[in-house]
Ligand binder design. Structure first.
Ligand code: ADP
Ligand code: MG
Length: 702
């Protein structure tokens, strides 16, 4: 048999340092952006292009676009206004444009003599008077050189990069890798039939086009990511992500879980103590959950229900069942204030039944923390409510049976994993119940939550009335304050939400304190309270308690009340600077009112002038209370990464696919992924590794 030579190695087995120009130092830098092999080079994809393959006529230039032009110098002039600059007016017979330079030498000024032909590339902008290019790349054309001499053979790709790795380096590397694409093997994990049915090119063709688009490519399609070559790769990437999550699931479900199948005494007791009956939807979802937990496979279930749909009691009933089976329950929320509220609810529900509820957050004092951790480890505490602090390494459960995560969009895949591993001893995983108020469009769910089963609480408790929403210009603030006073006189309670763009809790707190002073002054007869992120948990809790107990009429708050806070008697909400907030956040905030039987209203105060996007957002808020519709609008206005709470989801990390744009591929994605898992399991790992890489331990470990 022939000896294996280096050229027999497949692209994914050929280290990047076999390429010219890659030494140890460069290899280390490339590793930072996930490039280890030639396959990695080829799947490190451009995020934009420049088109230097054709000449544009000046008369047809569009501001905001980049273009190559070739024209004759009319006049070059050094002017001194705010800054000394060199202005060169050129004309190509179809029109004129100004080249503007702030840094230039005398030598350059001379180059631009009248009648010289100059070829330049740059972004076209609207200048004072006429179009201009600021600091274009340019060359004075030498005699006899043709118009097209300096044009590129392909579009110019731009790659995501890191410090110390230039675009030119990445282009040289891709050139070399593309040259080996014909000789070294690259596995095409998708069957040709699947791809051809969708009218897409094969893998090799797609890679060549995406890296080096030929001049005759459909430039608009390419720039918008709609070219078939793009879509071929996006399809593969989406499949890889879906498979990654499916593998996580398979892995989790290969482990055992505790059987939760007691007589249901505690559930009965808790149900009987409630002042309401569960809705049909709540009952249905609870049944899903109890069925899951009654089997030996760990539950991985996402419960989605719009704000106010009553997710908490469903979680509590599930918890009751686990406690009756003799195991522990952890209930985790993304913020202190939300955790506190669950603490209050759970204590109210469980203490009368003789079950204590423990409390664990990052802000506990060392002594309290130690004693909480100890009793959790001993198993004395059956129910623990808290924040991220529950993830920490020193927290060990005696026998965790169920982990509940509330408002899931704040926790990403990585945290989901961390929790999954908690309590995972001797191959036993806790059941997991994840709750979110973010209505997840189907497409997003299929991609971001492919590791989870989904139940939807699609019904609100009876008697809820939709919140009436108006948007008012800030100039009408005093009028609004008068209205607040009148509402309080009618026995209503009011939220006033202060928002700032600043991330800093201190600045937010200061702004809220200013508002407090103003409102106190204007509403002297009314009881005004303030809650913000800088307060001690104990103080926050005290204020929320007295608001709930109607000892406070008007609660001024920062967006800390965004999620979960529940005071049914509050029926008016004012949101300041509403134009700065995203749709989902506005919907979450507004969900704090409309929880009682009272007709509720929400006033969105805004600062004119509004951007188009902001105007659209406020319009949607006025028109609908439907969280699902709002989520879909949000997705189309902002994109998936933002909607799900950013980077943590891993969704922002797509290389080429884009939710929203590529949604029509998703049916194929799940169909193909299922076939791969069932019939071609050997291909699955290679595909996941290609797109998600080795670094992601969460996926890599599967
Ligand atoms: P969310 O789904 O937003 O977390 P909550 O669990 O906070 O909603 O519930 C909102 C409010 O509705 C709470 O006051 C809760 O006690 C109440 N609630 C829940 N289920 C019902 C029901 N079936 N009937 C009446 N009120 C309910
Ligand atoms: Mg909630």
């Amino acid at each position: 048999m022939a000896q294996v030579t280096e050229s027999d190695l497949a692209l994914d087995a050929t280290p990047v340092d076999t390429l010219k120009g890659v030494g140890n130092a460069m290899a280390e830098k490339l590793a930072v952006i996930g490039i280890h092999t030639l396959q990695d080079v080829l799947f490190h994809l451009p995020f934009r292009y420049q088109d230097r393959t054709r000449l544009s006529k000046i008369g047809e230039l569009v501001p905001g676009r980049e273009a190559v032009i070739c024209a004759e110098v009319l006049i070059a002039d050094v002017v001194v206004r705010q800054r000394r600059s060199l202005l060169v007016r050129i004309n190509d017979g179809t029109g004129s444009i100004t080249l503007r330079f702030f840094h230039f030498s005398q030598q350059q000024v001379k180059q631009f003599e009248r009648g010289a032909t100059v070829q330049c590339f740059g972004e076209v902008r609207r200048g004072p008077g006429m179009l201009e290019m600021v600091h274009p790349e340019y060359r004075i054309r030498i005699k006899h050189e043709s118009d097209t001499a300096l044009l590129d053979k392909t579009l110019t790709p731009f790659y995501p990069t890191t410090e110390g790795v230039q675009q030119t380096t990445l282009r040289k590397l891709t050139d070399q890798a593309l040259a080996q694409l014909g000789t070294r093997a690259l596995t095409d994990f998708l069957l040709p039939d699947w791809v051809q049915q969708s009218g897409l090119p094969d893998l090799e063709t797609a890679l060549r086009i995406v890296h080096r688009p030929p001049p005759d490519v459909d430039v608009n399609a390419l720039m918008e990511g709609l070219h078939p070559a793009h879509r071929r790769l996006a399809l593969e990437e989406l499949i890889a992500h879906r498979l990654g999550l499916r593998l996580l699931r398979v892995n989790a479900q290969s482990q055992r879980a505790l059987l939760i199948r007691p007589a249901g005494e505690l559930i009965r007791g808790l149900r009987e103590s409630l002042s309401f009956h569960l809705t049909g939807a709540q009952n249905r979802v609870l049944l899903d959950v109890l069925n899951d937990m009654g089997s030996a496979e760990p539950m991985l279930r996402l419960v989605q229900g719009d704000v106010g749909s009553g997710k908490t009691i469903v979680a509590a009933l599930a918890a009751a069942q686990v406690v009756e089976s003799g195991y522990q329950v952890a209930m985790m929320a993304p913020t202190e204030i939300l955790a506190e509220q669950h603490m209050l609810n759970f204590s109210e529900w469980f203490e009368p039944l003789g079950i204590g509820v423990a409390w664990l957050t990052g802000k506990l004092r060392a002594v309290q923390r130690r004693s909480a951790i100890e009793s959790i480890a001993m198993g004395h505490q059956r129910i623990v409510v808290g924040t991220h602090a529950l993830f920490q390494n020193d927290v060990e459960f005696a026998n965790l049976g169920l982990a509940i995560i509330d408002e899931q969009h704040r926790f990403g895949v990585h945290q989901r994993m961390a929790l999954r591993n908690k309590g995972a001893e001797a191959n036993t995983l806790p059941h997991q119940l994840i709750m979110t108020a973010t209505p997840i469009p189907r497409t997003l769910a299929m991609t971001a939550y492919a590791d989870l089963d989904i139940s939807v609480i699609d019904e609100l408790p009876p008697g809820r009335k939709p919140v009436t929403t108006v948007a008012l210009d800030n100039t009408r603030r005093e009028e609004v304050i008068t209205r607040v006073g009148a509402a309080i006189d009618l026995g209503r309670q009011v939220y006033w939400v202060c928002t700032l763009i600043e991330e800093s809790e201190t600045l937010q707190a200061e702004a809220a304190e200013d508002t407090l002073a103003t409102l106190q002054q204007m509403l002297p007869r009314h009881r005004v309270g303030l809650v913000h992120g800088r307060l001690k948990p104990r103080d926050k809790e005290a204020i929320m308690k007295s608001f709930k107990a109607r000892e406070i009429d008007l609660l001024i708050a920062t967006t800390v009340i965004e999620v979960g806070v529940d005071v049914p008697n509050a029926s008016l909400m004012i949101i300041e600077n509403a134009e700065r907030l995203g749709l989902s956040q506005l919907h979450q905030l507004r969900g704090r009112v409309g929880r009682g039987s009272e007709q509720s209203s929400c006033i969105l105060l805004f600062q004119a002038p509004l951007s188009n996007n902001a105007r659209e957002r406020l319009g949607i808020m006025r028109e609908t209370n439907d969280g699902f519709l709002i989520a879909q609008k949000d997705l189309s206005l902002r994109g998936a990464g933002e909607v799900l709470g950013t980077r943590q989801t891993g969704l922002a990390e797509f290389r080429i696919a884009q939710l929203g744009r590529d949604d029509d591929l998703l049916d194929d994605v799940s169909a193909i992924a299922d076939v791969l898992l069932a019939q071609y399991p050997k291909r699955v790992h290679g595909l996941v590794r290609r797109w998600i890489g080795e670094e992601k331990k969460e996926y890599g470990g599967v």
